[in-house]
Design a protein around this ligand. Structure first.
Ligand code: GDP
Length: 359
């Protein structure tokens, strides 16, 4: 038998799960952050949050309009303000202050200005087409971030990068079957959200398949797991994009709020969002994480406004979110059940695995 072929939209999910591409233990063993690295990372981001424009940007900075970054393509970003989208570049003096990039959700002060035509042409080759009527501007200042979500690079073990700023909550979508739920990964995502200041909402999708569901750990009864998270006060939705169960609650949960979508390919994120807003064509899978040369781009998050208010920020291709300032010493803050001795075995084991990965 030859190697299974991967279609561009990776329809063959089975081969991906079989290949171990999403193996929880492998992911965990690759994410080892030393405390000094974490401290450095934290300083770097705090510097970004406070970064001010250099002298050349002038004294009028506080009068400049504030926009929101909705997409980043290497050094260019799309900034939305008053219903218009501006193609922006960060002022060079700002870029030198910090290696940290502007990320989706950042609130920035910008000044309308022509951009170097050659650079725009380059963007047109590597990224989306630049529309002729698009206005251009320079980002002069990045405002402090209220929340932060990190992307951990599972290939370069110690690297983690900010990917989304200022989102209020994270919808962690898991499916009961195809692919099976991995509760250990859910625990990591819960901590990634909480440590970055986002409210986690657990969305257990494909609830129509609950009777044939079995977790990868085999021993965990999904009904018991759901009840356990609820008992800890975690917001939880049970949904089915196919039968419509839970969709009204999902819509109500997303209305008027900036929500990051998290969860692996195939769990039903696009189906859920399309079910509550059919006009929104969310891209599926990993393709947007690669540019036209097939290489990884540095960011892969995109903000989609919702008709009924608020927005979802999709993070296609992100397999692992980083934990913000979490150490093996303070990990119990995120495991109140372990702290008070009420954790079932699978949660205690999940705690041990995450603690080991932080040492
Ligand atoms: P995404 O990669 O997370 O965006 O997942 P998709 O929305 O592309 O869904 C992956 C597959 O799961 C598709 O074949 C969907 O039809 C199917 N699917 C999505 N939601 C449900 C559900 O609630 N129940 C069942 N049975 N299948 C679902």
């Amino acid at each position: 038998m030859g190697k299974p072929k991967k279609g561009p939209r990776e329809k063959d999910l089975t081969s991906r799960y079989m290949s171990g591409g999403l193996d929880e233990d492998r992911v965990e063993s690759q994410e080892r952050f030393s405390p000094s690295h974490k401290a450095r990372q934290q300083n770097k981001i705090e510097r970004t949050a406070q970064m001010r424009a250099g002298e050349e940007s002038g004294a009028d900075i506080d009068t400049l309009p504030i926009g929101q970054v909705i997409q980043v393509h290497s050094r260019f970003s799309d900034v939305e303000h008053a219903g218009k989208t501006y193609l922006c570049e960060v002022r060079k003096t700002l870029r030198r202050i910090s290696e940290t990039q502007v990320v989706v959700g950042d609130r920035v002060r910008f000044r309308q200005a022509p951009l170097d035509g050659a650079q725009i042409a380059r963007r047109a080759q590597g990224g989306p087409i630049v529309r002729g009527d698009m206005q251009t501007a320079i980002i002069e200042q990045v405002l402090p971030r209220a929340t932060i979500l990190l992307r951990a690079d599972s290939f370069k073990a110690i690297e983690q990068h900010p990917i989304v700023a200022n989102a209020k909550q994270m919808l962690i979508v898991a499916s009961l079957r195809f692919p099976n739920v991995k509760w250990g990964l859910i625990d990591r995502m819960l901590i990634a959200a909480q440590s970055g200041g986002l409210k986690p909402i657990l969305c257990i999708n494909k609830i129509d398949l609950i009777d044939e569901a079995k977790s990868s750990e085999d021993r965990v009864d999904p009904r018991a797991a759901i009840a356990h998270y609820q008992s800890m006060g975690i917001a939880l939705l049970s949904t089915s994009a196919t039968s419509g169960v839970g969709l009204d609650e999902l819509r109500a949960t997303l209305t008027g709020i900036e929500t990051v979508l998290a969860g692996h390919s195939g769990v039903g994120k696009s189906s859920l969002i399309n079910a509550i807003q059919p006009t929104l064509d969310l891209r599926v899978g990993d393709i947007s994480n690669f540019n036209n040369k097939g290489r990884h781009t540095t960011t892969s998050a995109r903000r989609y406004p919702l008709d009924f208010g608020g927005a979802v920020i999709d993070t296609p291709g992100v397999k692992l979110f980083g934990l913000w300032g979490v150490t093996s010493e303070n990990l119990q803050e995120y495991f109140p059940d372990v702290a008070d001795g009420s954790a079932p075995t699978w949660r205690a084991e999940s705690y041990e695995r995450i603690a080991a990965s932080l040492e």
